[in-house]
Design a protein around this ligand. Structure first.
Ligand code: U2F
Length: 562
């Protein structure tokens, strides 16, 4: 059936259940954003014209909210605990619902079992029960529960699963055998899913799909009003928990010399908050009141934690400048407790890398907080500059709807892999050397990869410099790495066309392949498709990197991807 856009979210609110603080928070958010979603649906409908959109039956199982996984977040909703995950799940539900899909929502094991048609207590029965859903959105906790309770159906249907995974999972950590052999040890990985089945909060690595969330969008009148009403000396500190403020006395004292310092730190009524006396602490605010505070403030300032949350985007959308600290050396799972055990080796160069590299100045300043002069100079400059409220398209309701629509229509991880487009030595590959002889393209008129998404003609492939990851090699050229194109490149033919002199060719399991090794002039090809990875680099290799273009403000989609 054709999916029909919905603008009334009251039925969704009913589906979301009740009782827990986390669900109350999510429902309030959905109710508040209803008008924005409805408007976005209208705009997207116009943009897509009458394009066919299949209605899918979708199960959303929010594992981290189940009692069976310990549900550590719900009790902390009103106490300064993480809200980012709830923001994202609320928005995912809203987007799927607004797009017109059939939806079920479960937040307990019992509900999960009854929706999967598994009789309670029969989880390990060897039968494969037909799955009544085309798609399942869940998280790592939910994945674990499904494996335990779906019996053989889990293997059969896991290609329909999408895992909401805040910080992402790199291919080297996902592949069980490889991760085990090479020490990519984590608390989460080893699922052998297609890496694109993992969906992240920010576009961390193109190996995963970027899911995101939304921030409220202002109309022109609201923008003007906010600009006129800004208090140029008002700063709000990013940090709902007192622990975030610990050890920041120096920075706070400089800040307080120039600006009035506000906070939204949670505290128990009988115990005063542990923040300096000059701070005007509002206590943890309900989301709409937090937005109001941001509307008045000039500056939103981060102290290094939490990493990569939604609040800086909200601040920038409400006309604040976001000031944050540079991390040198960068934080990662190798050197920082918070990232330890997470299935990624990504290096985080500031508190909010997305804000730094996708938004940047004048909205975002990233400075060295250990250098008081640099810090103070930034404060002064910020107080002097006028900035407009700004929200990247991919974080608007329309942008999120557009992206999820595209994923649902085009991503299919159940389809048997098509014939290899260019096996070793196949002479008729549609790869052609670009006229400037720097990179490969896919011959426009070729019909060799008909169903490919993104479409094969958006491929641009380079041999990266030694030590450079494909993620970065593509960004260097104003493009993004596109892992689904790796199979098109994984051949002797590609190296030949790039005029790389291969003395020998080897097929191996290695997440950095295809690559060229200078000493020995070896061309190295990938034996395991699950290990194709944009992330990862080694000084030993020049990686062969598939890049593609992207839409301005919607990095997940190429120009011809809709
Ligand atoms: C991130 O989680 P956090 O909850 O710490 O992320 P924040 O950026 O602080 O913001 C989450 C929401 O909290 C709201 C605000 C944001 O949408 O509007 N809020 C509020 O309602 N009242 C207030 O007084 C202040 C803020 C990240 F999202 C998670 O994925 C990570 O696990 C976590 C740790 O890095 O950081």
């Amino acid at each position: 059936a054709q999916a029909v856009f919905r603008s009334d979210l009251s039925h969704l609110l009913g589906l979301m259940g009740s009782g827990k603080e986390s669900l109350i928070f999510m429902k309030k958010r959905t109710r508040r954003l209803t008008a924005q979603w409805a408007l976005a649906a209208q705009r997207l409908a116009r943009k897509l014209g009458g394009a066919q959109r299949d209605q899918k039956q979708i199960l959303v199982h929010i594992g981290f909210l189940t009692e069976e996984s310990g549900d550590v977040f719900s009790p902390r909703v009103l106490k300064g605990g993480p809200l980012g995950e709830m923001v994202q799940w609320a928005d995912i539900l809203a987007a799927l619902y607004v797009l017109g899909h059939g939806l079920r929502v479960t937040v307990s094991l019992k509900e999960l079992q009854s929706n999967l048609g598994v009789p309670p207590g029969r989880g390990n029965c060897p039968l494969t029960v037909p799955l009544p859903f085309d798609l399942i959105y869940t998280d790592y906790h939910g994945l674990q529960q499904m494996r335990q309770h779906m019996g053989l159906s889990f293997r059969k249907y896991r290609c329909r699963i999408r895992v909401i995974d805040t910080f992402g999972t790199e291919p080297a950590y996902n592949h069980e055998e490889y991760a085990t052999l090479h020490g990519y040890r984590t608390n989460w990985g080893y699922w052998n899913l297609n890496p694109k089945q993992f969906m992240t909060m920010f576009p961390h690595t193109p190996d995963n799909s970027f899911m995101g969330f939304v921030s409220e969008e202002l109309n022109e009148t609201e923008k003007q009003l906010i600009k006129a009403g800004k208090a140029s000396n008002m700063a709000v500190v990013y940090g709902k928990e007192a622990s975030i403020w610990k050890g920041k006395e120096k920075v706070l004292s400089i800040l307080s010399e120039h600006m009035e310092v506000h906070g939204t730190v949670f505290y128990e009524s009988q115990r005063p908050p542990e923040v300096p006396a000059f701070v005007k602490n509002h206590g943890l605010l309900p989301q709409p009141e937090f937005q109001q505070l941001l509307r008045k403030a000039k500056l939103f300032i981060g102290f290094g934690f939490p990493y990569e949350g939604p609040a800086p985007l909200e601040a920038i959308a409400n006309g604040c400048v976001f000031l944050q600290s540079r991390f040198s050396p960068p934080h990662s799972s190798l050197n920082h407790e918070f990232f330890r055990g997470k299935p990624t080796s990504r290096e985080v160069f500031s508190q909010h890398p997305y804000a730094e590299s996708f938004i940047g100045r004048p909205h975002v300043w990233t400075v060295d907080y250990n250098n008081s002069e640099e810090f103070e100079a930034a404060l002064k400059a910020i107080m002097r500059t006028q900035v407009d409220p700004y929200l990247p398209y991919e974080y608007t309701c329309e942008g999120m709807l557009e992206r999820i629509h595209a994923y649902i229509q085009h991503q299919d991880f159940c389809a048997a892999p098509g014939p290899a487009p260019a096996g070793a030595g196949v002479p008729k590959s549609p790869l052609v050397l670009a006229p400037n002889a720097t990179h490969l393209e896919w011959a426009r008129n070729s019909s060799l990869a008909p169903g490919a998404w993104p479409p094969a003609h958006s491929l641009r492939a380079w041999l990266a410099a030694a030590g450079r990851a494909c993620t970065d090699a593509c960004l260097d050229r104003g493009l993004v790495c596109e892992p689904s194109f790796f199979p098109f490149l994984n051949s002797q033919d590609a190296f030949q066309k790039l005029q790389v002199p291969c003395d020998s060719t080897e097929w191996e399991m290695n997440h950095l392949y295809p690559a060229f090794a200078q000493p020995g002039q070896e061309c190295l090809l990938q034996k395991e498709p699950l290990l194709f990875s944009c992330a990862g680099a080694s000084a030993k290799y020049q990686r062969l990197c598939p890049c593609r273009d992207f839409r301005k403000g919607q990095v997940a989609l190429c120009r011809d991807c809709l």
